[in-house]
Design a protein around this ligand. Sequence first.
Ligand SMILES: [Ca+2]
Length: 219
Amino acid sequence: MLAIWGHETDYGGYTGDFDLARSLATLAYEGRRRELFADEFIAAMKMVDRGVPRSKLVGSWAGAFGNPQFLPSVYLRVAADGDGDGFADIWTNRTDTLASIANYFRDAGWRTGQPWGVAVGVPDGLDRGSLGTTMVSPRCPRVFDRHTGWKSMAEWRALGIVPKSGAWPADNVMASLLEPDGRGRTAYLLTGNYRVILDYNCSNFYALSVGLLADEISR
Ligand SMILES: [Ca+2]
């Protein structure tokens, strides 16, 4: 949660100063994702209807706002009132911010107690051609294209993969292999929790840097 907050806005240091209604209306009027932003414009009006002050509707040019940079539809779906004052304040309240990011993660299927992934060493002779997947992701397929198919941690170990840092997840945990910088460089076995980070922002470098920062914070 802290790593997401840090990556999105430098812990609230920069949350954007574009007028949200104006940004969303512009993106709904022209561009390649008009339908999505028309829905987000409606969601922003529903936020006001719920009692969010108009003055809070300020954010990025792409319509994301507050400490966790939620879109309006995401705010309506998962924003949480962590301190119990009746308002989910993801702009200035730390407790509400963390409760809302936690709610997002729970909603996206985060598994408690499981790591996002682990850095691993890959043996020289690993037959990468046999590890591919025929699964096609409807959402950001190019990001998932770089992952192998799923195998259990026990199966990966049997192939000669060894942990380089962090705790080795339980044998029955499923993971896919990613070599972000190519062969012979740092590789990662990634669990379903990594996919939850990708759900927040679909980029391997985003998700890896969130995971690695989270590891450093918890150390
Ligand atoms: Ca609150």
